[in-house]
Design a protein around this ligand. Structure first.
Ligand SMILES: [Zn+2]
Length: 384
């Protein structure tokens, strides 16, 4: 499971470190510039950092679109435990323009009379421990009875170890992928501010209970349905639905203000799954990434996919390579979302789908080739 490598910050390049520092500086400058000046500042000097690929392939998308203030600028949102209904909470983690954390995810919490259920274990020690501490706070110190992993990506399962000995549940595909990744996991967490202090032992703990489709809990006066909705973002996606309060914890079926991450996705089936959610009796959607929102935000992601699929198909039919197609795309407002580099990888996934070669696994070679060609074209080192 290559995504696990997303968590290895020791592989960070110097370029990334510098961009990170630049962002930190920008935060101060933006504060001084005050309201009104910020858009110009962002448009003029915002560095964009490829958060998706360098730790996966050793190659990164080098020429990223600058933030364009002709289009909406992504807001920022903070880390908080948000109560959505009696005994139902979303743990939202901060992000947005100026933050380098497109890979930082959210979790859910369902509090019962004597215990509670967590939906997703998050990805780094400091964050998972903060989520656990907040959960204890709002519940008056109740223990966890279950942890349910929405899917196998590292930012959702790497924190499993901090829930042991709580039973961990998932779809079988998710468990299989975590089992495959476990032996390749390094023995310690690299020290990184806000994520790990460098002292924790690291152990990737696979789910030990699996279920194929739906599982229903009656907890804290609520019916909570865990539903299998894959293949979509991965072949093992689960969501949590609280019908009485019209709340859906969509996990990585939903990315709000971020370009969806598609390395293990079936984009067309993901779109169908989103269309089903649009028809559900739902008012509040907790995305896997981004702030708590609703159908409006989900529809924006669906529109991104519709636009991307149409534009990529034209270039596929014109026999362009995936890298050339990605370099030729004009994504407009979507380029202001977090993680714009993902569009290159998402183009590769669509090509694999059109060619009939799509598998649940990441297309390492195809993606690498596309990134190299995209960089060459965008930097003018290769003629279009
Ligand atoms: Zn994911």
């Amino acid at each position: 499971m290559l995504d696990e490598k997303n968590l290895e910050r020791d592989g960070m390049t110097r370029r990334e470190m510098m961009a990170r520092t630049a962002w930190a500086g920008l935060g101060v400058a933006a504060g001084l510039a005050g309201a009104g000046g910020i858009d110009k500042l962002l448009g003029a000097s915002a560095p964009r950092v490829d958060e998706s690929s360098p730790r996966i392939f050793g190659v990164s998308v080098e020429v990223l679109p600058p933030i364009d203030d002709h289009y909406p600028i992504v807001p920022t949102w903070k880390t908080e435990m948000r109560q959505l209904a009696p005994n139902v909470y979303a743990y939202q983690q901060e992000g947005g323009t100026g933050k380098i954390n497109a890979g930082i995810s959210n979790a859910g919490l369902f509090v019962g009379e004597n215990s509670m259920i967590a939906f997703d274990g998050l990805g780094y020690p400091i964050q998972t421990k903060a989520f656990i501490a907040e959960s204890k706070k709002v519940s008056g110190g109740k223990p966890f009875s279950e942890l349910i992993d929405s899917h196998h990506h590292g930012d959702h399962v790497a924190g499993n170890q901090f829930f042991v000995p709580t039973p961990i549940l998932s779809h079988p595909y998710c468990r299989d992928e975590v089992v495959k990744a476990a032996p390749k996991t390094p023995p310690t967490w690299p020290k990184f501010e806000g994520q790990a202090d460098g002292t924790e032992e690291r152990k990737l703990v696979p789910p030990n209970v699996t279920f194929e489709d739906n599982l229903v809990y009656y907890v804290g006066g609520n019916k909570v349905e865990f539903r299998f909705v894959g293949p979509a973002h991965t072949w093992g996606d689960l969501v949590a639905y609280v019908p009485e309060h019209k709340i859906l914890f969509a996990a990585d079926l939903a990315f709000f203000h971020l370009v969806p991450y598609c390395h293990n996705a079936h984009i067309s089936k993901w779109m169908e799954a989103m269309e089903k959610v649009m028809k559900m009796d739902v008012d509040t959607i907790v995305p896997g990434h981004g702030p708590v929102g609703g159908k409006q935000e989900l529809n924006e992601s669906l529109e991104y996919f519709r636009f991307l699929k149409t534009e990529v198909r034209k270039r596929y039919d014109a026999k362009m390579t995936a890298g050339a197609a990605a370099a030729d795309l004009k994504m407009g407002r979507y380029d202001n979302w977090m993680g714009p580099e993902r569009t290159v990888m998402n183009t590769v996934r669509l090509y694999d789908e059109f060619k009939g070669t799509l598998t649940p696994d990441i297309d390492v070679e195809g993606t690498k080739q596309a990134i190299v060609e995209y960089n060459a074209l965008k930097s003018g080192k290769k003629a279009a």
